[in-house]
Design a protein around this ligand. Structure first.
Ligand code: GLY
Length: 316
């Protein structure tokens, strides 16, 4: 493919206090996801296929809090959420409180493309899984020892869900929501976000991820965003939408991403991260947590990092 706009596939593996022991797996996972999404984009030019390809890699990888490896609610269950958005028609599809499937991001795409609705949850999403013939996976597949230990530690420490994904003193709960933003050579943008939520959440808790403008957003006139971090704050702040609004007023992509994450943290005292692409192929990566794994492929290079200020480059 060729064109004035460089195609970009940028992914994140979740904002949090990621312990040293988890850094290598997260970096390997985000680089693999960026490569897979980019290869699909170059082959097809289809931004939604690229989002799905990248996010499937991370939903299958238990280094991340999405699909296999999702964190547990207070009852020890996995309830997942995902959102996909595209920028031409500002379409979105999302699912919440999803159980026993491998790829919530694909179910979110089915909601967007095969129903007249935007968000499905509860019994309705169960019925939709059956109707669409989506294969089921067992709890044994989805639930990892790490997630079980995280819930046990959460309960031992007194059960404060604000500390489970991103808290500073609670290492076992660290895990990451995953996300991807894509722009193709025509300036068409899309975003996807998939998560198990936060350890120790109430059964039935709905976070920021499935909500357009919070967990993600896409507008071909501006760009696309995917967010990660403490969901209750992200949804109150409408973090994804704020980033695009700042860009629309003329702020460069990286500044808009950074200032919006910092604005949320300063206003609501909770940390978050976001990845952004503009419709011109500019990239934004920022987080107010200790770490956030991210990667993107541009041409034959992979750019990646996990620490604040880190930007490494290697051949794809
Ligand atoms: N940001 C993921 C969640 O809070 O559910």
């Amino acid at each position: 493919m060729s064109g004035a706009i460089p195609p970009v596939v940028l992914v994140h593996g979740g904002a949090g206090d990621i312990p040293d022991s988890r850094v290598a797996n997260k970096l390997a996972g985000v680089k693999r996801a960026a490569r897979e999404g980019y290869s699909r984009l170059i082959k097809t030019g289809n931004v939604l296929d690229s989002i799905e390809a990248a996010i499937h890699i991370m939903e299958d990888d238990d280094a991340f809090n999405a699909g296999r490896g999702s964190v547990l609610n207070l009852e020890g269950e996995v309830e997942m959420e995902a959102l996909i958005t595209e920028g031409t028609h500002m379409n979105a599809g999302s699912v919440t409180l999803v159980r026993n499937i491998a790829h919530p991001i694909s179910l979110a795409r089915m909601v967007m493309e095969d129903t007249p609705h935007t968000i499905l949850g509860g019994q309705g999403v169960e019925d939709f899984i059956v109707k669409m013939g989506v294969p089921r996976v067992s709890d044994d597949y989805l639930i990892t020892d790490y997630a079980k230990e995280a819930l046990a530690e959460f309960k031992r420490k007194g059960g404060d869900p604000t500390k489970t994904e991103i808290g500073s003193d609670w290492v076992p709960g660290e895990v990451g929501t995953v996300g991807c933003v894509v722009v193709n050579s025509t300036g068409h943008v899309a975003s996807g976000t998939s998560t198990g939520g936060i350890t120790g959440k109430y059964r039935g808790r709905i976070g920021d991820t499935p909500l357009p403008g919070c967990g993600g957003y896409s507008d071909d006139d501006i760009g696309a965003v995917s967010t990660t971090g403490y969901g209750e704050a992200i949804l109150k702040y409408n973090l994804a939408h704020r980033i695009l609004t700042a860009m629309q007023s003329g702020m460069p992509t990286q500044n808009a991403t950074k200032l919006s994450c910092e604005g949320m943290t300063s206003r609501l005292d909770k940390t978050a991260g976001a990845i952004t692409v503009s419709n011109k192929g500019e990239v934004g990566v920022s987080f107010t947590s200790t770490r956030m794994a991210w990667a993107y492929q541009l041409g034959d290079e992979i750019h990646y990092g996990i620490e604040k200020g880190q930007h490494l480059v290697e051949k794809a």
